[in-house]
Each structure stands twice: as C-alpha cells, then as structure tokens.
Write a new protein. Structure first.
Length: 369
C-alpha cells in the first residue's frame, strides 16, 4: 500500500437522485463480479484499502475532492447489497448520522437471517471500533459515519468518517479484521486525512502502552482521590505544547464516571473503552494523571496516514457522462450473466485489460496539468 496525503474538504449539497440510482446499479454489478471472481473476504480487503475505496467512489461518478464520496458510496453499496447480500455472502450495516446508531440492530438481523452465531462478537467489534476512533484517538474529528461490512464467515471491515468542525475537513478510518491483532495497539488498516494534526492524543499507539496501564490502574481507584488530584492540576504550570488541558475537565461529571469504573473495574484497556460514560474527556484526565503520578506519558504521534471514468456530479474533472455510465453498467451485467452461465471469457478480458494498464507508465506531472 502506497503512502501519501489526500485533502478532503467538506462540501455542501448531495448526490442527485438520478446519479445515486446509477451508483447503486454500478456498484452492485462491480461488487457481484468481484465476489464471483475472488470471494467476499477479498472484497473486504478492497473496501479497507483507502486508495481503492477513493477510486471506487470516483468511478461511480462522485467527485474525488468531496468528503461526501464516503457517505454516498457506502449508501449506494448498502442499497445494492440489500437484495443480493445473502446470495453474495456480503453484508453492510450502519451509515451516516442516526443510521449509524442502528448498526447493532442491523448486524443482529442479518446474522439471524443467515444463521451466523457471531452476531454478539460483531456488535461488540462495531462498538469498540467506534470508541477507538472517538476516544482512543483524539484528533479533533467527531465521527458521523460508521459503515460495518461483514461476511458469512464472520470477517469484517469498517469504513467510518469523522468531521472537524473548526477546519471543515473530514478524515476517514479504515479497519480490516484480518490485520487487527489488537484493538488498542496500532489497530487501523489505514487512516485517510488532510494532513498530520499537531495535537493528537493517540492512546492506541504502541508507545502508549505504559499510559494505558496507568489509566487502567487509576480507573480502579476511589473517585474522590482522583478528583482531588485533578483539581491540583490547575495550580501546575504545564508546557504550552501539551495537548491535554485541565480546564477542559469538569470534576463533578468526571467523579460520576469514575464511580462507575471503581464499582465495576475494567479488566483491560479495551474493556475500559467500552465502559458506558467513559469518553474522550475521562481518558484525557486519566492520561494526564498517569503522566503526573506514574511518569507514563501517552503518545502524541499522529497515526499513520494513507491515501490514496465517469466524471463527477459537480463537473470535476468533467460532468458525468451518462452514455458511458450506462454502457459500463450493461457491460458488467453482461459479464455477470456470462459468468453465471460458465462463460468467463469476458471476465478474463477485463482482467487482461487491468494487467495491461498496470504495465503502463504513470503520467508525468506535465501530463497531469
């Protein structure tokens, strides 16, 4: 996977209905061919690759520079999989805004329909992934989109996005079950953002392991003792560059949360993240105390950032070419029909074309301009 940076400014407006219906048709045809060729687990790998996902959204007719690419592409996929998901063994739950809150319910419904017993585990995974990107990584981006993809075999991928109210940029977080060995130690498959943030509190960095242990220890202590220590922070002179500020804490609210962690001690940092009421401010407070009391400093290193036919809805690089769009959908549908009948020559032709394109030299800077 190549590395780089992509800028995703937030834009107003939405995909017109005529384009969205075509995005559903085209995305459904592409995904069906991919499943037939490589299987649903392989499709998850592509969805978790920010390069491919961005290119996929562009191929569907969305604009490369619009953050709406994420939500609209996932929305089209969800509609496309609604009727064919069971056949393909590929499902999607969640979405944008309030729809994301229905993710557990949708996962449970899909699992019941296909007899998958891993529903409880997948629901907890969905919750934990969201908590890591809102509380474990505090980069100023508030999650507003959560798409949870999974297969009949229980493998999963997540594409979720946060918005930064101040700079009006979006950041996308990609997860893949195959690459996750720990939810609290460098768990992401990739993060796609606008630039490296200067004040990120990254509690899921490998370098934050000592801080995690200190936070877990403090969460089990009596709340009144911890709140007394937090109040003392006001009298300390902290470095200007330190991205944890005491004035952001409300000792009264913090004490109520710490009472929960004291009465029901978490056995791991992962379970602490899942404790109801434990959010960004609680973890920042405990991270600060851990540094002051135990000398266990958390990581402020930005997580590794990765980034990355038919035109775009806003006319970039040119308006959507409907004739070509229809031709692409029909061509893929024809491939699907041929493949179902055991004739895979068209699919092989597409693969041969893809291999040929890979051998072509990259365009020069002059040709791009």
């Amino acid at each position: 996977m190549k590395t780089g940076v992509a800028y995703l400014p937030l834009h107003g407006g939405k995909a017109p209905r005529w384009l969205f219906s075509k995005m559903v048709a085209l995305s459904g045809a592409i995904l069906e061919l991919m499943v037939m060729e490589a299987g649903p687990d392989r499709v998850l790998e592509y969805l978790a690759n920010p390069y491919w996902f961005q290119a996929f959204g562009c191929a569907l007719g969305f604009d490369w520079h619009s953050s709406g690419l994420t939500t609209t592409t996932c929305g089209a996929i969800k509609v496309a999989l609604k009727d064919r998901g069971k056949e393909l063994g590929l499902f999607m739950a969640g979405g944008k805004g309030k729809t994301s809150l229905k993710t557990p319910e949708e996962i449970a419904r899909f699992c019941d329909a296909i007899g998958l017993t891993a529903g409880t585990r997948l629901i907890q995974t969905s919750r934990l992934v969201a908590k890591v990107d809102t509380s474990g990584i505090q980069d100023g981006y508030q999650l507003y989109h959560h798409a949870f993809f999974f297969t009949r075999g229980g493998e999963w991928a997540v594409v979720q996005q946060g918005m930064h109210q101040a700079n009006r940029y979006a950041r996308r977080y990609h997860w893949l079950s195959e690459t996750v060995t720990s939810f609290v130690e460098n768990p992401h498959n990739a993060i796609l953002g606008n630039h490296r943030e200067k004040s990120v509190l990254n509690l899921v960095d490998r370098k934050s392991r000592g801080s995690q242990e200190g936070i877990l220890t403090l969460s089990r202590l009596q709340p009144d003792r911890l709140v007394r220590e937090i109040r003392k922070v006001d009298t300390l002179s902290l470095p200007r560059h330190h991205p944890i500020y005491a004035e952001e804490f409300h000792p009264g609210r913090l004490e109520k949360t710490l009472l929960k962690t004291y009465e029901n001690p978490a056995h791991s940092f992962e379970s602490l993240l899942l404790t109801r009421g434990v959010g960004p401010k609680t973890l920042r407070a405990l991270a600060l105390l851990s540094e002051l009391m135990f000398g266990k400093s958390p990581s402020f290193r930005e997580p590794e950032i990765f980034s990355f036919a038919h035109g775009g809805k806003d006319g970039y690089p040119y308006p959507v070419d409907l004739e070509t769009y229809h031709a692409s959908i029909e061509a893929l549908r024809g491939c699907i029909r041929q493949a179902r009948m055991g004739r895979s020559d068209k699919v092989k032709s597409l693969k041969a074309l893809a291999r040929f394109m890979e051998t072509m030299p990259a365009p020069s800077d002059e040709s791009r301009s």
